[in-house]
Design a protein around this ligand. Structure first.
Ligand SMILES: *Cc1c(COP(=O)(O)O)cnc(C)c1O
Length: 397
């Protein structure tokens, strides 16, 4: 019997849309790639992207940055975070998130996750009394109950910063993910929802935070050219006391992002079609369960995670290897050694007093993670389910 093998590439993205390519060529032909390389009243592509993303998010201000990691760093610094502060953060997140905290010198207090892969609100409440900030990472697009998150932030006087790298286009109860916090941060890196290779976007309604972030991003004394900003006098008291960390976005990247932003909601709908086929199919397999999602959550299914019934490492690795043999590339956060983009909190040994988080350990041990590139058709998703089902029957209980 010949076994069906999936042959498409899990890291192949769609090409940049033609509008984006044309806009990029216009920028290249002028040579005006730097965001402040503008003349007179001319608005550069980066400034326009900021206006458009702020409008999309329903926020007053937006700043385009070099990456989401640098946007988080700028957000924390602009909020005044320093070595005396303690920042809560869910332990299931990506390495640039604790990295941004480390860069500020603040302490990071990692919080457990639940079986649905979102932050454990009981553990958050337990740890909140010693902390003053909460950096909530909507890791892999799983949105915690934001009503409860906001309530806890209020009770414990926590300033909320959202890492919405995987929730661009998503919302909770009709409000956009990234619009709940004092600051929301987004990624435009290739594997996120709009693609400029690298890039980040920061949004806020707070005039002081955005003015500090603009100066820190490396605006020199050209911040007047930002059009998503408060009045010039807000900058006056801080312009000489705010360091330049040089993490701007350039016009070339902004130019290819602007048309993609117009398509974002339609792209999210395409992701969700694929996600729902996979979710339904995987949930029908004995020994596999996708997390329950709250009806208030409007997610973007650009990747899928599921837990497998496996009580030892050999069973899990056999399952993963056999899927891989049949062309289905799954990632595993339970690995002792970090691989590719995937690492787990226990690998971040630079964190002082790295806690042990038994629930998070248990959940990550059996959690599988799969990208859903839009280059996969709906039929491809059905084929992937068939293969995983086949492998599960032979390897799981
Ligand atoms: C990708 C990602 C980041 C970092 O984004 P960069 O733009 O690569 O710095 C942060 N948090 C999460 C959850 C991510 O997936």
């Amino acid at each position: 019997m010949t076994e069906k093998r999936f042959t498409k590439n899990f890291t192949k993205q769609e090409p940049i849309c033609e509008d984006g390519i044309e806009k990029a060529l216009v920028i290249l032909r002028t040579g005006k790639l730097h965001r402040y390389n503008t003349e007179g009243e001319e608005k550069g592509e980066t400034a326009l992207l900021e206006e458009e993303f702020a409008a999309y998010m329903g926020k007053k201000y937006c700043l385009a940055c070099a990456s989401c990691g640098s946007a988080i760093y700028l957000a924390l610094k602009s909020l005044g975070v320093g070595p005396r502060d303690t920042i809560l953060c869910n332990a299931f997140t990506l390495a640039p998130v604790p990295g941004a905290v480390e860069n500020t010198g603040a302490n990071i207090e990692l919080v457990e996750i639940t079986d649905d892969y979102t932050v454990d609100l009981d553990d958050l409440a337990d740890k909140a009394p010693g902390a003053n900030f909460f950096l909530l990472s909507h890791m892999r697009g799983h949105i915690a109950n934001m009503d409860k998150v906001m309530e806890l932030c209020k009770i414990y006087d926590l300033t909320l910063i959202e890492d919405s790298a995987h929730t661009m286009g998503a919302s909770w109860n009709g409000k956009k993910s990234g619009a709940f916090g004092k600051v929301g941060c987004f990624s435009t890196q290739t594997y996120k929802h709009i693609n400029s290779g690298e890039g980040g976007l920061l949004v806020t309604d707070d005039p002081e935070v955005i003015s500090r972030a603009i100066i820190s991003s490396g605006s020199y004394m050209l911040y007047e050219r930002h059009t998503s900003r408060p009045a010039m006098d807000v900058f006056e008291p801080i312009k000489n006391i705010t360091p330049n960390y040089s993490c701007r976005m350039d016009n070339l990247r902004a130019a290819i992002l602007r048309p993609q932003l117009q398509m974002l909601d339609a792209q999210c709908a395409r992701w969700n079609k694929r996600y729902q086929i996979l979710e339904q199919g995987l949930n029908n397999i004995d020994g596999i369960a996708c997390p329950k999602r709250d009806p208030k959550e409007t997610y973007v299914g650009s990747s899928i995670q599921f837990s497998i019934n496996s009580d030892h490492k050999e069973m899990t690795t056999t399952f993963l290897l056999r899927c891989m043999d049949r062309g289905v590339e799954l990632k595993w956060f339970g690995n002792k050694e970090p691989i590719g983009f995937t690492s787990s909190y226990s690998n971040w040994e630079y964190i002082e007093n790295l806690p042990s988080l038994p629930n998070t350990d248990r959940i990550l041990r059996t959690m599988c993670d799969m990208r859903i590139p839009l280059t996969f058709s709906e039929e491809d998703c059905r084929e992937i389910v068939e293969i995983i089902s086949d492998v599960a029957k032979r390897t799981l209980f």
